[in-house]
Each structure stands twice: as C-alpha cells, then as structure tokens.
Design a protein around this ligand. Sequence first.
Ligand code: CAA
Ligand code: NAD
Length: 307
Amino acid sequence: MASVLIRGMATSAVESAIKHVTIIGGGLMGSGIAQVAATAGYDVTIVEVNNQLVEQAQNSIKNSLGRVAKKQFKDDTNEQTKFVSNVLNRINGSSDLQGVVKGTDLVIEAIVENINIKHKLFESIDKVAPNHTIFTSNTSSLSITDIASVTDRKDRFGGLHFFNPVPVMRLLEIIRTNDTSDQTFNAIRNFGEKIGKSCITCKDTPGFVVNRLLVPYMAESVRLLERGDASGRDIDTAMKLGAGYPMGPIELADYVGLDTTNNILKGWHEKDPENPLYKPIPMLENLVKEGKFGVKSGEGFYKYNKK
Ligand code: CAA
Ligand code: NAD
C-alpha cells in the first residue's frame, strides 16, 4: 500500500517538474518541436552545432509562427506580432550542449538518423544532466531501447515521435520500452497532451506505427519511378487523386528529406537484410550522394526555390 502511494506521489512530482525543455537539433523537426513546446508555455532551448544553425532554426520558427498567427488572429496585426514575440521570448538557442542540459527537465533529441551519432550524443549528456531529467528521441526508425542502452537512465528514457510539419500534424507517437518507468511514461504523455497533440502509445518496434506503413509505401513509389513504370508527377497525382492523400509519395519523400528516408531504409536493411521492403534503392542513394536531400536542400526528385 505504502509503495503505491509513493509511486503516485513520484508521478505527480515528475509531471509537474517539466518546465524547461531542451531540443537537440534545430532542423526540420527540432525547430517545429521547439515551436509547439514554447507555444504551450514551456521554456525551450534549442541546441545546434554552431550559432549560425541556431539562428537558422530561430528564423524558421519565426516564419512558421507568422503563418500560425495569421490564421489565429486574421487581420489583427498587433495581436499577430504580440503572439509571435511572446512565443519567441520563450525560445533560447545555444551551441553549448553540456551547459544547457545541466538545467533541463526534458531532452528531446532530433539530430541525424544514425545510431552511432545518437549514441555519442546521449553518452555525452547522461553524466551531466540532473538525475530527474527525462531523455527522449524523435527517431523515425531506430530502436529507443538501443539508443537508451548507452545511458544509466533507461527507466527515464522514451520516444516522442512527431510528424512533419510539427505545427500542423496532430499526431504524437509515445514510445515506451520495457525499461521506461510508469512515471516517465506518464510525464511524457502529459507533456504531449499539454502541447496539444493526439497521443498514441507504441511499442518499441521498427517504425512504430506510422513509419512501419509509410516508409515502405514511399520506398515502393521510388522503385516504381526507378523502373520507369510511371513519372514522378503521375505517381504523385495518382495517390492524391486516386487515394486522397494530401501529398504524393515522391513529393512526400522530398518533404521528409531524402537523406532521412535513405537512412531509415539503410538502418532497417542492416538489421533485416532479407526483407525486400528495406532493400537499398540506387536512385535514392545517388540523389543523396549528390547532396539532393529534397525541399531542405533545394532539390530532390523535384526542384524548389531555396528560402
Ligand atoms: N508551420 C505552420 N503552419 C504551416 C506549416 C508550417 N511549417 N506548413 C503548413 N502550414 C499550414 C498553412 O499555414 C496552412 O494553414 P491554413 O490552411 O489554415 O491556411 C495549412 O498548414 C496548409 O498549408 P498549405 O496551404 O501551405 O499547403 P497544403 O494544404 O498543401 O498542406 C501540408 C501542407 C500540411 C504539409 C499537407 O500537404 C500534408 O498534410 N502533407 C502530408 C504531410 C505528411 O504526411 N507528414 C508526415 C511525414 S512522415 C513523418 O513526419 C514521420 C517520419 O518520421 C519521417
Ligand atoms: P534535419 O537534417 O533537418 O536536422 C537535423 C539537425 O540536427 C541539423 O540542423 C544538424 O545541424 C543538427 N545536429 C546534428 N548533430 C547534432 C548534434 N550533435 N548536436 C546538435 N545538433 C545536431 O533532420 P530532421 O528531419 O529534423 O530529423 C531529425 C530527426 O527526426 C531524425 O532522427 C529523423 O529521423 C527524425 N524525424 C524526421 C522526420 C521528417 O519528416 N524529416 C519526421 C519525424 C522524425
């Protein structure tokens, strides 16, 4: 009985403890996550590898907040400006990772989709972050258990998988491993709800729910294009008009990032080489080798105006 009570008390203590959130990586996903967390009232720090990238992340958040403000406050430009600056005031930027995590309650990692790089990162902050700090990863495809394995806080480790564009997509996948404690799970789910997302619970399986279905579909569409069975435009039109998707799979791959899409397939192929769904796709690999990452680099399967 006493232990149940203590568990309950610990849960609320952890939940109410999340005040400051550190987002590591201020790219496509990290900047969106920072935006929604700050909009919900959390103090946020974005950590990037250098100050120029910090500034880039802050500019991208400002643009995105402008779009949200226009929708929310219609023609009231004063209110729009006030909203944008209030949210921006809650977002700091830094390239001093160790310094930032010393004072944080929740870490959300959104760096490159590579297990070795993620391991190096979490290993470097595990000793520095306070004991109560919860670590999470926004990985698209890697095992949370595997990422957490290099830390001594496996009970305070989970997955928070957001969708691109974060300010618009309503879903959040909450991943719990066999080691994630109830307190940690409740705290990150509570955080997800507070930032306005619809949360689902996922086991720590490859791709969780959405990407287990979406990534093979995108990969299959690139194979269709590679074989010359249809043009990219026709594949996209087919899935938009024939299946009601907001974007076709080729443009979606560009939107997600071809580097990220390729890294997801590569990671799964290494673990399960016989599975035809994960086989490497030369056309995709070549685009990545040429630095054509999709929308974020200005060219992928299609060309884009660089912002
Ligand atoms: N920030 C703020 N608002 C944004 C935004 C952003 N970055 N991007 C779009 N919006 C808003 C716009 O302001 C607009 O709002 P109103 O309609 O109220 O004016 C609305 O979203 C629609 O935007 P657009 O009119 O510019 O364009 P659209 O109608 O084509 O919608 C889209 C854009 C929301 C991206 C839509 O095309 C879409 O839903 N595409 C599919 C996205 C998807 O599947 N994402 C998941 C990718 S997989 C993933 O994320 C997981 C992974 O691990 C890889
Ligand atoms: P991105 O390339 O846009 O951004 C990654 C950022 O991380 C870059 O700005 C890079 O400078 C920074 N970075 C790299 N190493 C760092 C380090 N050690 N410290 C601080 N910053 C570092 O990538 P993204 O699309 O934002 O993806 C990030 C993560 O989110 C990946 O794990 C990806 O699989 C996952 N994800 C991506 C999407 C998507 O649609 N793109 C959706 C959901 C999840």
